[in-house]
Write a protein that binds this ligand. Structure first.
Ligand SMILES: Cc1ncc(COP(=O)(O)O)c(C=O)c1O
Length: 375
């Protein structure tokens, strides 16, 4: 049996395609290619879903991070704290703004560790912003970071990298049960096609409440236009065709998100009897967006053996992420903490998860895992 990592065919079913094509025809006939009615409609609904004042569509998730840093004046001489395990783009955005990355170690759920953050902030007085990532869709403990920042007595902003967060909820007391993205911080999303809410190419978004900050971000995404005092921006607009695709996907995303969560719960049940495997999201079954389904093996050797075993059985897995950022070439020599992150990366393997996995496929994955461990 084949168990693939994604299923774009089921996701983009014919009824969906028809709606998209009708909108595309309308847009092409109108000639309104840049920032049209679908942009406005999507932004309005996306903001309201997250109980935020504004959502701004941009060209991709990396731009959403970069522009958020730039709008806050982060630049040369500043440092930004980034979790030691994340997709490379989180750190890349900091360097694009000419600032320096300082790594913060992660906890056993793969999220930025507040204790490490506290130490790192003390060692680096130049840190002006922190960029926690809701990695795998598991909620990062934002309120703990707020407490650490408050204790430091410094003016440090939080930009939440929610590229993998769509559909998840915060844990902890302060924001408990609220959607990831609804805290008062700038919060970014990526709509890369494999994300829980995926575009037909690249797109991203920023959630923001403050009116002045919103206007600045709006100007930055469109060559600095629209503010009285001219600023340098760039082109990070989201095409109208892309917004139309996203708008139609948006109408169905809750249903797919529910299916994704059901798949995750079935996994949790099926893997319960395999004591050699640790489900990273085990304490977040009600709050993770389940963008990915990471498990931890005993060590790196076992991880690779398991990956190869599953591959032979036609079960796709993914090594998100193979190394901490400290070992990504351009980041060699980066400052900060990453000892636990290195150990975590050796052991982590992501099982396939998407809304269309069947019970038979999940049983097959579980029985293959059991047979690997000789159970
Ligand atoms: C954690 C994280 N941050 C940033 C990004 C960058 O998003 P994009 O590929 O849309 O630029 C991604 C996505 O791929 C991501 O997973």
């Amino acid at each position: 049996m084949n168990v693939s990592f994604y299923d774009f065919v089921s996701l983009h079913h014919s009824e969906f395609q028809q709606k998209v094509m009708e909108s595309f025809q309308k847009i092409v006939s109108s000639g309104q290619f840049i920032e049209g009615e679908y942009n406005t409609a999507f932004e309005k609904e996306f903001a309201s879903y997250h109980q935020r004042k504004h959502a701004l569509l941009v060209a991709n998730g990396t731009d959403a991070l970069e522009l958020s840093l730039r709008a806050q004046g982060i630049s040369h001489g500043d440092k930004v704290a980034v979790p030691a395990v994340t997709f490379y783009a989180t750190a890349e955005a900091v360097y694009s703004e000419k600032a320096e990355v300082v790594l913060v170690d992660i906890d056993e759920t793969g999220q930025m560790d507040p204790f490490s953050l506290e130490r790192v902030l003390k060692q680096h007085p130049e840190i002006k912003s922190i960029m926690p990532v809701h990695l795998y869709g598991i909620p990062a403990p934002i309120e703990e970071f707020e407490k650490v920042i408050e204790k430091s007595g410094r003016n440090i902003s939080i930009v939440e990298d929610g590229a993998q967060a769509f559909g998840g909820l915060y844990s902890g007391e302060k924001y408990k049960g609220k959607r990831l993205g609804s805290s008062p911080h700038l919060h970014t999303f990526s709509f890369y096609p494999t994300k829980n809410l995926g575009a037909a190419g690249d797109a991203g978004a920023i959630l923001v409440d403050d009116e002045e900050m919103m206007l600045k971000l709006k100007a930055l995404r469109n060559h600095g236009r629209g503010v009285e005092e001219k600023i340098f921006g760039r082109n990070s607009r989201c095409d109208h065709l892309q917004a139309a695709f996203l708008y139609h996907k948006w109408q169905e995303v809750e249903k797919f998100q529910q299916q994704r969560k059901e798949v995750a719960h079935q996994y949790q049940e099926l893997l319960g009897g395999i004591s050699s495997i640790q489900v990273v999201a085990r304490n977040f079954m009600e709050t993770s967006s389940f963008h990915l389904f990471p498990i931890l093996t005993k060590d790196g050797k076992e991880k690779i053996a398991l990956r190869d075993f599953l591959q032979e059985k036609k079960i796709s897995t993914s090594l998100f992420y193979e190394h901490s950022l400290a070992h990504e070439m351009p980041l060699k020599g980066v400052k900060g903490e990453y000892a636990f992150a290195d150990k975590f990366c050796q052991r982590v393997l992501c099982l396939p998860i998407h809304p269309f996995l069947t019970k038979e496929q999940l049983d097959y994955v579980a029985s293959s895992l059991r047979s690997f461990y000789g159970i």
